[in-house]
Design a protein around this ligand. Structure first.
Ligand code: 4NP
Length: 131
């Protein structure tokens, strides 16, 4: 069997947006019977919430949509840029931080997750600082 494809979802704190993206992506590939072909994780730009579960509102939202989730926040590390095929950021600040941190020979494609939104809603805003 060919090697798994690897996707990492990034946001600032890894307690709201990227855990939901990770959970929904995992559920989607599982529902398509493609779960064994993907390795999926999420991580933060910042270190404030390392080791914590997602914010209760993110957990509630996932529960209400039947999305299982059992992961805790971690911060992105240099090795992620060579492990993952795709690293998705949620907003322009994430993309700018990712580009700054990426090693020169980075394998990962750095992509804005909202660019794949069929409705064209490109920016998934920071829920801590935007209402
Ligand atoms: P997230 O939201 O990036 O979607 O997880 C945030 C959570 C916490 C903070 C910022 C954004 N914070 O600064 O603590």
């Amino acid at each position: 069997m060919s090697e798994k494809k690897k996707a990492l979802f990034i946001c600032l704190g890894n307690i709201c947006r990227s855990p939901i993206a990770e959970g929904v992506f995992q559920k989607t590939v599982n529902d398509m019977s493609l779960g064994d072909q993907w390795e999926i994780d999420s991580a933060a730009i910042g270190s404030w919430h390392v080791g914590n579960p997602p914010d209760w509102r993110a957990l509630d939202t996932m529960k209400n949509h039947g999305v299982p989730y059992d992961n805790c926040a971690r911060q992105i590390i240099k090795e992620d840029f060579n492990k993952y095929d795709f690293i998705f950021g949620m907003d322009e600040a994430n993309m700018s931080d990712l580009k700054k941190r990426a090693p020169k020979d980075s394998k990962a494609k750095l992509l804005l997750f909202g660019d794949f939104d069929p409705q064209g809603d490109r920016i998934i805003r920071d829920p801590y600082y935007c209402n």
